[in-house]
Ligand binder design. Sequence first.
Ligand code: PA5
Length: 425
Amino acid sequence: MIKVDLSGASAFFTAAGPDYAAAQRAHETLKAGSGLGNDFIGWLELPKRIRDGELDRIVKAAEKIRARSQALVVIGIGGSYLGARGAIELLRPIPGENDPQVFFVGNGLSADYLCDVLARLGDKDFDVNVISKSGTTLEPAVSFRIFRELLEKKYGKDADEHIFATTDARRGALKGLADARGWESFVVPDDVGGRFSVLSAVGLLPMAVAGIDVCTVIDAAIEEMEALADESENNPAWQYAAARQNLYNKGYGVEILGCYEPSFRFMAEWWKQLYGESEGKDLKGIFPASVEYTADLHSMGQFIQEGQRCLMESVVRFTQARSAYEVPFDEANGDGLNYIAGRDLNEVCRIAADAVKEAHISGGVPNIVIECPARDEKGFAALVCFFEVACALSGYMSGVNPFNQPGVEAYKKNMFRMLGKPGAV
Ligand code: PA5
């Protein structure tokens, strides 16, 4: 279970402190399914539904891909991409000897990026997992057309065997193609929006191919969702949601999410979409940004310490490290580092994090610590469930519909008109 430490934020709260009564109302609304966007709250039950539904087939498909291919090309964007990438980079940042390499495409329109991936893919045997709930998103659709052609050239009539489609159960161009070609398909449930879909086949199939134990992820997520149903001030999701809403109302309009593990980078990207798309509407919202520590202390540290005072900082810390490494002793001590010789790098990092926290608080940046037990399958599940529940509560507390994203259509309309799509105006 995630622990939230608000000690570094308390001095910045309003006199009344975090509004737990509002968090409770938001939670009751979410549980009763009586709030805005209530037709998109299937993610609350998703871990259970997946365990009793597609999980076995996901694991079998992943085994098949792992046995025959050296690479998996995952095609998707936004909610159909960031969760899987976040999980894989967090848990398997370097592929094991028997793990296929996972390439992510369809998350942009850069020809250079595509060609780089193609060069790295070379003549490896590969499978494709195309992920699109709507089945009509331009970026993944273009990439899919390209990779289908490659599969056809490489595998001829067996190309269809190498395609796994994750899409809507009934609608969309991708669903139509999948049915017509007989591709193995997985479902993005109707009542789960893209950014809440990582614990469906959207995230789980690429994760399983990368060697992540998705059954453990799902078992842990089931337990976590049960724990997060607690209606009390001890619920970490209440604490986080109520704290950030309190700070927002005091004028802290930007939240930076930091972590001392570089492998967290894409989890932060996933978090940015989750919170940005859920809360940034009706002229409201906390702008979610991310920093990688300690690297960004040498680039963004100045702004965080002394720039415009609009920042709140949330820092994910893993209690247990995966490895340890002692700073070596050097007789000559030319670099003057012997004062930390013999100390584990984890200890040095922990002390650096404490020093940063103290400095940022004294510089006027409220600090929230989000403590995750370990960088493993259970820790990943705990983070996902915690952030999702807190996001829904925080959105309801600020009075928005956390489950829609009407604003993302504006650029698409212009783009389709400019590209000359038939019927676009
Ligand atoms: O959260 C969302 O709804 C979006 O980020 C979508 O996931 C993204 O636009 C991709 O859409 P689709 O899965 O329909 O291709």
